[in-house]
Design a protein around this ligand. Structure first.
Ligand SMILES: Cc1ncc(COP(=O)(O)O)c(C=O)c1O
Length: 440
């Protein structure tokens, strides 16, 4: 037989290095290997179809294999994708971003491939400007040493963040290059940290997703505190830019940041991030020599242009919010039907273009239960994340209701597993959702 299946080696000689976050393992204990995507679905080698709410961890904002997007990219391919220097399309993208977002501050923009890279660039620029090398972080901001070293599980609510991880093998994160975390989102903790270490800190890097856990003023107050210590502010809108709005959730608060990072959804899956440095820092940004060979690559820029145009034509930010809210409504209706309202809820974050499952306090104590929920949905053909926000694309609009029975089955399976666990036998309390409580 010479079918497609035959070409796939189930146990290859050189298996890829795969971090657990990007391994999806089926009920038989086998890695799911994806072959293609269409709209809100992805398919695997075994011909299985999944509802995709992971979307590459956020980038695929239009949905997979969007026809009009593909046509634009095919056209761009015919003109070459990498020149000796920058091209028309780079300027066109920046001009459109400014027009569409209403950005008022003049900025020095840089094209990057990843947001880890953009944040590393921002740290170097801040170090040049301030003459300091320490870094203060709040939220996940990438995998480079200064972003990754000694970090907690940032995507859990502050009270449930696991102890510091990633303590070995990372360089440039101690001594005068120390990295600090603001984990609790408590202004008093931040004040104490800044009183002791503020004079050594070059920049405060903030993952805008942290706005999902506290009132906006708490974070804006933290930014003001940092400024009083001469610390530059890097607002990292990687998860939110091009999704919640062109500049994310707080990018339009232009006084709040010195540098703004955009990523993920701006390219609909292509590797592109942007570092926007306020014009006043153009000289140090140039001196910092941030960027490399692929900073001027064009394919991803055409992807970003096509994505922005499609989002504008389709009123995309509103549609994403509606589709995500519909998904949360469906999930929470299933939760109510099963009598689980006191155990968990799906929260539409920033209007619904991001989603987050929040649990009853005691359930957070056992990360295995969170993993089981994710596995239970996966076993029923739904890819979503638990303990990490997950995502909606334009292609999800109107497609969610069909999954009602699946949601009920997946939740039912999970609750059976939880009920067998001592944890669930404790008395139930309400589910904490940021500052509010979900009504059951
Ligand atoms: C807020 C934030 N910043 C930075 C990053 C790192 O981005 P990249 O994976 O493009 O390096 C991520 C990735 O999830 C992120 O969520």
């Amino acid at each position: 037989m010479h079918g497609i299946m035959e070409r796939h080696v189930s146990n290859p000689a050189n298996p890829l290095l795969k971090r657990t976050v990007v391994r999806f393992i089926d009920a038989a204990g086998e890695d799911i290997v994806f072959t293609h995507g269409q709209g809100c679905h992805v398919f695997d080698r075994k011909g299985r179809r999944f509802l995709d709410c992971v979307l590459g961890y956020g980038p695929v904002v239009l949905g997979h294999a969007d026809e009009r997007f593909n046509a634009r990219i095919a056209d761009a391919l015919g003109k070459g994708i990498h020149f000796p220097g920058f091209a028309d399309a780079h300027d066109e993208y920046v001009a459109k971003l400014v027009a569409v977002s209403g950005l008022k501050s003049p900025v020095a923009p840089s094209f990057m491939k990843t947001s880890s890279e953009a944040n590393t660039a921002a740290i170097r620029i801040a170090s040049l400007v301030t003459g300091r090398k320490g870094v203060l972080r709040c939220g996940f901001t990438g995998w480079h040493d200064s972003q990754h070293a000694r970090s907690p599980s940032w995507h859990a609510p502050p009270g449930h963040r696991m102890p510091l991880r990633n303590t070995e093998g990372l360089r440039g994160v101690s001594g005068d290059e120390e990295v600090f975390n603001w984990i609790s989102l408590d202004p008093e903790d931040l004040g104490a940290l800044l009183d002791t270490h503020g004079h050594r800190i070059a920049c405060f890097i903030l993952d805008a997703f942290q706005f999902a856990f506290v009132e906006r003023d708490v974070i804006l107050g933290a930014i003001a505190q940092c400024r009083r210590h001469g610390i530059m502010v890097v607002l990292d809108e990687t998860k939110t830019a091009g999704r919640v709005s062109p500049l994310g959730v707080a990018g339009h608060c232009e006084d709040a940041w010195d540098m703004l990072v955009l990523g993920k959804a701006i390219g609909n899956g292509a590797p592109i991030s942007m570092l926007l440095v306020k014009e006043a820092f153009r000289d140090p940004a140039l001196k910092a020599q941030v960027g490399g060979t692929h900073s001027k690559e064009l394919l991803s820029v055409h992807c970003a242009l096509a994505t922005m145009d499609r989002m504008q034509e389709a009123d995309g930010h509103r549609i994403l919010g509606n589709a995500g809210s519909a998904m949360a409504d469906l999930f929470n209706a299933c939760v109510r039907q099963l009598g689980l309202s006191e155990a968990l809820a799906m929260v539409p974050v920033f209007g619904g273009s991001l989603l987050d499952i929040r649990m009853r306090d005691d359930l957070y104590a056992d990360p295995a239960l969170l993993r089981k929920l994710q596995a239970s949905f996966l076993a029923r053909g739904v890819l979503l994340l638990v303990g990490h926000p997950f995502f909606i694309s334009l292609a999800h609009d109107g497609a969610v209701d069909a999954w009602r029975e699946t949601f009920l089955d997946a939740l039912g399976d999970w609750w059976k597993a939880v009920s067998n666990d001592d944890m669930a036998k404790r008395s139930a309390g309400p589910v904490a959702i940021g500052n509010s409580l979900v009504a059951s």
